[in-house]
Structures are given as C-alpha cells and as structure tokens.
Design a protein around this ligand. Structure first.
Ligand code: 8YV
Length: 329
C-alpha cells in the first residue's frame, strides 16, 4: 500500500469515471463541483501527488512545481493549457496532457450555434417572446444578418477550425482562414481559402477566433483590428477572452465599428452581471460552454484518466502536450 501512487483531482468528478484510478492509486479529490480548489489546498496536495487532474481554473506554475517533488504528470481537463507553464514542466520532465479530438465536434457545434445566435439575433428574439413584448409585426422586426452566402473568417485552423468550416460550408458560406502555418491539404480537402490576417479581417462577415492563448495571440484584437473589420461584421470568440483587448472590443461594439459579438469566453470568468459587455444589446454571451455536452465532458474525463494511468505505468500517454519528453525516452 505504502508504494501506491497518489493522484489528486482538483474538482468533484463522477465516481463512475474516476473509479478506475482507485484500482491503481490512492485518489484524493476536491469535493466541490462548482468551486475551484483553494490555492493553499492545491499546493498542499501537490506536495505528495504523483499525478494531478486539473481544470482550467488551476494555475500550474513554478511555485507548484517547486513543492511537488513526486509529480510526474498533469492531465488538464481541456484542450487549452494556458493555465500551465509547460516549458517549466518540460524542464522538470513532468508530462502535461490535454484533451484534444474528443471535444472537437462539440466545440464546433457550439461555435457555429453562437454564430447563428449572434447573426440572427436569436437571444433578443427569445427574450421578446418570453417577456410578452411580441405585440405586432413590422418589416424589419428582429431582422438579423444572413449566414448563408456570407464569408466566415477563421483565425486558428486546427481540428476545431476544420470542423466549424465543414458546418459553414453546409450553410453555403465562403470560408477564409488564417493560421501560423498554411494548410494546403485542408484547403484542398474542404475548399477553404488561406488569407493574411488583414485580408481575413477586412473581408469576413463573421470573424471566429479559435487560436490558443499564447504570448503571440494575447491582445491580437485591438481597436485598430476592429476598425479594419466591416461595420456589419460580427466577432465570435470561443477560444480565450484575452485574445481580444476587452476594452477595445467594448469600444468597437459601442461605436458601431462592428455589428456585434458572440462570446463564450472572457478576461475574467465568470463575468459579473454588471459587466459592461452585458449592458450591450449586440452581445450574445455564453458561460464558457464550448465543450459542455455530457458525452464530451465524460470523454474528456476518461482521457485524463487514460493519460494519468499511462504515465504512472511508464507508458506513452495518448495526448501529451510536451511530446518532446517522449522522443528522448
Ligand atoms: C474546457 C476549453 O474544457 O478545452 C478547452 O480549452 O476551454 C473548454 O473546453 C472547459 O472550460 C473545462 O475546463
């Protein structure tokens, strides 16, 4: 028993998914579903942990690595890992894993839904009916913007981008994309067109952000960028809030530099009810639910468990972020 590894899970996850870990290790778990683990408890648990199963809400940084002398793997319940200092983890030979692929279609569904909701003013429309404000008809009553035959610009063409492009092509949209590396196979396979960032910004009717949050993408959308967008265009962000300078986005929405925004992500989450973005009629806001279907969240949890068990058994995990660690083994 004494030699059993210790795994700490930073949120209350269903026993049915996590129980596999019990066969192999001692498992500790923060016992709240909705509240993140306090930092002092996390650090205390990390001291004895061989593995951590973390959420985006946990900062996994040098301070944590300093105290976790047994730590071998951090499995993050997300495809993004901007909460983790991967460089520092790699230096210490700690494997970092994420949950790509299993959430691709679910996140693409949400991204495209948000685009539809924003363009066609669906939230306003639902509110009008619910609030008893549907009193008459007029030619431009709740008239939104078309989706079909419009141009969608995808910033960040990974697997989620490709999945959104497929949905958009089904709606007869033209799809432009911008990515660090051009993807000729994707262009041929899907019929999407590569564009420089400026061309994409200037020509798109819907600009969808799907890039990870990195030093390069932080603050990518500024006043200058919003000014270059069409005044009739919509900004849709399902990636990370800080990719746009939030105050510049608010400015663009208020000044009519863009027509509206569909946002699943924010600088600080959760946002408060009195947040300036929520005072604007041309904003559709969602509470960061890109991957939130029961099937997908369960698959993400399972993948985290697979990854942890693989590393603790000295095997290559399914989805490591710092792949370099395995080339040397
Ligand atoms: C998270 C996300 O999984 O995967 C990501 O990067 O942003 C979401 O799908 C979710 O917020 C739970 O951490």
């Amino acid at each position: 028993m004494a030699n059993k590894p210790y795994i700490y899970v930073t949120r209350k996850l269903p026993e049915s998914v996590i129980s596999r870990l019990n066969n192999f290790a001692e498992v500790g778990m923060w016992n709240r579903e909705e509240t993140p683990v306090p930092r002092n408890i996390l650090l205390n648990e990390a001291k004895k942990a061989d593995a951590l199963l973390t959420m985006l809400s946990e900062k996994v940084d040098t301070e944590l690595f300093e105290v976790s002398t047994n730590l071998k793997v951090v499995a993050n319940l997300a495809v993004g890992f901007d909460n983790i200092d991967v460089e520092e983890a790699t230096k210490r030979k700690i494997v970092v894993c994420n949950t790509p692929d299993v959430l691709t279609d679910t996140t693409a569904d949400l991204a495209f839904s948000l685009l539809l909701m924003t363009g066609r003013r669906l939230v306003e429309a639902v509110d009008v009916v619910r609030n008893g404000e549907w009193k008459s008809w007029s030619p431009y009553f709740l008239a939104g913007s078309d989706i079909h035959h419009k141009t969608l610009g995808i910033v960040g063409m990974g697997s989620i981008g490709e999945a959104v492009a497929k949905r958009a092509l089904g709606f007869d949209m033209q799809v432009l994309y911008h990515n660090r590396n051009r993807k000729p196979e994707t262009e041929t396979k899907l019929g999407v067109e590569y564009a420089s960032f400026n061309k994409l910004i200037e020509q798109s009717d819907y600009v969808l952000v799907l890039t990870p949050l990195t030093k390069e993408t932080k603050g990518m959308f500024t006043k200058d960028v919003f000014k270059k967008m069409k005044k009739s265009a919509f900004f849709i962000n399902v990636a990370r809030g800080p990719i746009a300078v939030e105050s510049d986005l608010i400015w663009a929405l208020k000044e009519g530099e863009i027509a509206g925004a569909g946002l699943d992500v924010f600088d600080q989450e959760p946002i408060s009810q009195d947040h300036p973005l929520l005072q604007l009629d041309n904003v559709v806001a969602l509470p960061h639910i890109g991957s939130a279907s029961v099937e997908t969240r369960t698959a993400m949890m399972k993948l985290c468990c697979d990854n942890i068990l693989a590393v603790l058994n000295n095997e290559k995990p399914k989805t490591p972020v710092n792949k370099d660690l395995f080339q040397k083994i």
